[in-house]
Design a protein around this ligand. Structure first.
Ligand code: NIG
Ligand code: FE
Length: 412
């Protein structure tokens, strides 16, 4: 089945093959073709160019995109969308004055979600997660990473990873799976953190590898959660299996986690609301991409990741949602892109690059996703009629998406 999209006002994020990520100055440019066409065959982009070159072309289906933009679908490289129930009561508790930390110390937070998830059947968990996944595809997300981390027992972590696999198998979406067994210390291990870390390595990681359920490993490297020693142990064990890390680091405190991530050649270091000068130095010249999660800063009223400074230091930056029940109950990448412009002072070009190609890199998917490139997956957003791409982050809160195509098929 071939689809020819014609009269595209602006075809956005057009790249030749082989551009895997964008750093510093490179992020300022967002290549576009005005008055363009795009040709898709089955699930693949096979051609694009100026409309003047398209008049003799034919296809099974022709879509007229007069006045509209076409861009690659969003690549959301950091989510926790497999969870049970919600934490709306904690939201109200925070409005009434409790902090995120105080709620966690009272047994709320991640432990609250873990209890809900442990008591939820695998099928119910799948259904709840599928609904969230479908909702974010309608908002333009076409590739996504999903973490475990609300199980905190061997059985429940594996249940989460199986649900992620089923989401992948049943939707055909580009999904990467991350084992985040070290997300919080379960009550049973309150006085035995090293015992829990051993459990993560010897049981969870070993089984996840055996059953081929984890593409990456993650650790919540933070005061009161897992320290540098724990994080290093888990990353080293994953590395021995050939599994790369994507770590939660510098959310509330910066104490060397970024350097450690780079030392282990982590694919990404995520959050970074707090940054030390050494962190910039460590990241320079590495393969590790910094990932900012502005919706989390918005929801928790914590500082925004210094994205402007990260880019001005010549580093790459990716943007993701962090969709989860505690710190970011939202999977809307359009909001993320707007918020990055408004609060982190990224230009629309930088924010769109960070949410597409660099997001793909942060999932190891930039060969197949994140740009309009011949041979890449036909994952695209067709907008409503808008004046130009600056209008997308400018009109924050508006739904400007007309249609989404994933693997060449329309998302209903
Ligand atoms: O990325 N920071 C750690 N994990 C999640 C939030 C976890 C929760 O509150 O449920 C995050 O923000
Ligand atoms: Fe997270």
């Amino acid at each position: 089945m071939s689809i020819l999209i014609i009269n595209i006002k602006s075809l956005v994020q057009v790249r030749p093959e082989g551009v895997s990520k964008l750093s510093g100055e490179e992020m300022k440019t967002l290549p576009t073709i005005e008055d363009a066409f795009l040709l898709i065959e089955d699930d693949t982009i096979i051609d694009y160019g100026k409309m003047t070159e398209a008049y003799s072309m034919s296809a099974d289906k022709i879509i007229d995109a007069t006045g509209k933009l076409v861009l690659p679908s969003w690549c959301d490289s950091h989510t926790h969308i497999v969870y049970a129930g919600d934490r709306s009561q904690e939201f109200v508790d925070r409005i009434n004055g409790l902090s995120y930390e105080e709620i966690a110390n009272r047994g709320g937070g991640i432990l609250n979600s873990a209890e809900k998830l442990q008591n939820c059947s695998e099928n119910d968990l799948f259904e709840q997660s599928l609904e969230r996944l479908i909702n974010v595809t309608k908002l333009g997300t076409g590739a996504i990473e999903i973490k475990s981390g609300y199980g905190l027992t061997v059985e429940a972590e594996l249940k989460m990873l199986r649900v992620i696999k089923k989401l992948k198998d049943e939707t055909g979406m580009a999904i990467k799976s991350t084992l985040l067994g070290a997300h919080a210390l379960p009550v049973d291990y309150k006085n035995n953190k090293s015992g829990y870390v051993d459990q993560v390595i010897e049981k969870m990681l070993t089984l996840a590898v055996k059953e081929n359920l984890a593409d990456y490993v993650d650790v919540f490297c933070e005061k009161g959660y897992f320290d540098l020693e724990d994080t290093e142990k888990i990353m080293a064990a994953a590395k021995a299996y050939g599994i790369k890390s994507k770590i939660h680091v510098n959310q509330f405190n910066a104490f060397g986690g970024v350097e450690l991530g780079v030392k282990y050649d982590a694919l990404s270091v995520d959050h970074l609301e707090e940054m030390n000068p050494e962190d910039y130095v460590a990241l320079k010249g590495s393969n590790t991409i910094p990932v900012a999660l502005p919706s989390c800063s918005y929801f928790l009223s914590i500082p925004y990741t210094p994205g402007r400074k990260i880019i001005d230091s010549g580093l790459p930056l990716a943007l993701a949602t962090d969709y989860n029940p505690g710190s970011t109950p939202s999977g809307n990448m359009n909001f993320v892109v707007s918020t990055a412009c408004i609060k982190m002072k990224l230009t629309p070009e930088e924010a769109i690059n960070a949410a597409t190609l660099n997001g793909a890199y942060a999932m190891g998917l930039s060969d197949s996703h994140g740009s309009i490139t011949i041979g890449k997956k036909a994952n695209i957003i067709i907008t409503k009629p808008v004046s130009n791409y600056n209008y997308l982050p400018y009109a924050f809160g508006d739904n400007l998406i007309d249609k989404v195509y994933l693997n060449g098929k329309i998302v209903a």
